[in-house]
Design a binder for this molecule. Structure first.
Ligand SMILES: [Zn+2]
Ligand SMILES: [Zn+2]
Length: 177
């Protein structure tokens, strides 16, 4: 069984974290949540763009938690971030370490009415997606698979929160190595 650690970069609503943990547990992962918040260094903020630099945050998390005995460590924050060459990212990951940025998963970001359940569903999908990357999965062409690439919240809403059979198989194979 894969061991996953969730790390908070900002304060995040308890219900949101609980629903993410329940979802990942249902998928068969062992999930722990680190109690304290790991605040992001202000030098990772790009004042011209008003966004955080995702690569910097990923590097910070990778260094800080490199000796932690988990298969995957996912840092989540209610912030907006971008990566080199992209206007924004919902998340950024390498092997073992992942980050998820929640600001753009909220309807309020697009001046639409707040919808907490929709926000939670989107957060569950994006955390599961980045978790897949940390365990070696690439993007999947199955439009229903959680590993399908999302360029907008509309894309996120279209896919499911689950791995397709092919991706599940790959996870199982990796797990047995
Ligand atoms: Zn991806
Ligand atoms: Zn898939």
């Amino acid at each position: 069984m894969y061991k996953v650690l969730i790390v908070k970069l900002t304060n995040i609503d308890k219900n949101v974290i609980n629903e993410i943990v329940n979802h990942l547990s249902n998928l068969g992962f062992h999930v722990d949540v680190l109690g304290e918040i790991n605040h992001i260094n202000i030098t990772y903020f790009d004042w011209e763009r008003s966004q955080f630099k995702a690569e910097k945050i990923l590097e910070f998390i990778s260094n800080k938690f490199k000796n932690f005995p988990y298969d995957s460590i996912i840092a989540i924050g209610e912030i907006d971030a971008y990566a080199n060459g992209l206007n924004f990212v919902f998340g950024l990951s390498t092997k073992k370490f992942g980050t998820v940025y929640l600001s753009r998963l909220k309807n309020e970001f697009y001046r639409k009415e707040c919808d907490i359940q929709l926000f939670i569903n989107r957060a569950k999908k994006e955390v599961t997606h980045e978790l897949g990357h940390t365990l070696g999965l690439s993007h999947c062409s199955n439009p229903n698979c959680v590993m399908n690439f999302s360029n907008s919240v509309q894309d996120v809403d279209k896919k499911s929160a689950y791995f397709c059979e092919e991706c599940r198989l790959k996870l199982n194979i990796n797990n047995k190595r």
